[in-house]
Each structure stands twice: as C-alpha cells, then as structure tokens.
Write a protein that binds this ligand. Structure first.
Ligand SMILES: [Zn+2]
Length: 186
C-alpha cells in the first residue's frame, strides 16, 4: 500500500470530470481543470506571517511577478503529501479573478488564516474567460473562503511535485527582485 492509499487522500489520476465536461460542452477551446490547477504558469508559496520574513521578502515581493496581469487565481493550503509518489496534495480555499497581485495581497490581509502556509496559482486569461472559469469552479467545488455564489459541493484538490510545491515557478525572479544582494544577507 502506498501512503496515499493507506491514508485515503487524492494523489494520482485526479478526476476533474465534473468541471471539464461543462467547459467542454460550453467553450470552443476549453482549458481543462488539470491545466489550470496543476500546470499554471505561476505557482508560488507566498509568505503570510510577518514574524517569519527573510529580509524584504514579503508577500508583496512574491506577488510582484503578477503585476499588471489579468486572469484567474486560486489560493491553496497543503492537505497531505505522499512520499511513495513524491507528491503534495493541495486543497483549494479560494478562487478569484482580476488583478492578482492586489487581490491576493488583500486576501492575505483580510481572510487568510494565521499560521497556514499559502500557495497561490495564477493563469493569464482575458477577464471574460476568467469570469467564466471562476463561476464554473464556484458551481462545481466548495471553497472555504468564497462566501458568495458558491453552490459547488466537491473539494478541489491539486497534486504537485516537490519542485512546484517548495520552490514554485518564480523563485529566481523573486530573489532577483529582492534588495538582498548576497547569500550573506539571508
Ligand atoms: Zn501517492
């Protein structure tokens, strides 16, 4: 038995059919949920606790690569990890659209629970499409931090490898944005 089978958490071959079948029926060029939640171009752990910051590397710095963009974002917390498959299973707490850097910073200030590590994912898309996908996620899945228009009942899980979970997609870009010049500053 692998750890995920033992502990009965989703790890391999996740089923996003309830989402995908609607997008495929309604859009000419649908994006599958797997693409949006497991392969997004931005996926970063974002520091939320001011007591544990390294130098100037706060959440604003981590969100800077998103500045000026528009699209769909998700906020995640770690659910479990599987050492047999080398994967991290994530549970989604929020889906949203709009200018991601300012919106996510606002969520961190107002609704993200203290002491829970935040991982943010983001996919660039037009505002019209982001509205569609946001609503389809809300209609299909339940999110602990979406308080309005959220009739969905399923949990939305993602499964990431260690690189995506720990380093994320923009670690180099974020450290280049930091004013800390050398490893001695860390
Ligand atoms: Zn597993």
């Amino acid at each position: 038995m692998t750890k995920c089978e033992d502990n009965n958490f989703p790890c391999q071959d996740l089923d996003y059919d309830p989402f995908d079948k609607n997008a495929r029926a309604e859009l000419a060029q649908p994006i599958d949920a797997d693409q949006l939640v497991n392969m997004s171009e931005y996926c970063m752990p974002v520091p939320v606790d001011p007591g544990f910051l390294i130098g100037d590397m706060d959440h604003k710095l981590y969100l800077k690569p998103l500045k000026g963009q528009s699209g769909l974002y998700h906020l995640w917390s770690a659910h479990d990890d599987c050492d047999d498959h080398g994967t991290y299973t994530m549970l989604c707490a929020y889906v949203g659209k709009g200018p991601p850097d300012t919106r996510i910073a606002n969520h961190i200030a107002k609704k993200w629970p203290n002491g829970v590590t935040l991982h943010a994912t983001f996919s660039v898309m037009s505002n019209r499409l982001a509205k569609y996908y946001e609503q389809l996620f809300l209609d299909t899945y339940r999110f602990a931090l979406n308080y309005a228009e959220n009739p969905g009942t399923l949990d939305l899980f993602a499964v990431w490898d260690e690189d995506r979970f720990i380093m994320g997609t923009h670690a180099n870009e974020v450290s280049e944005l930091s004013t800390m010049q050398s490893p001695d500053d860390w």
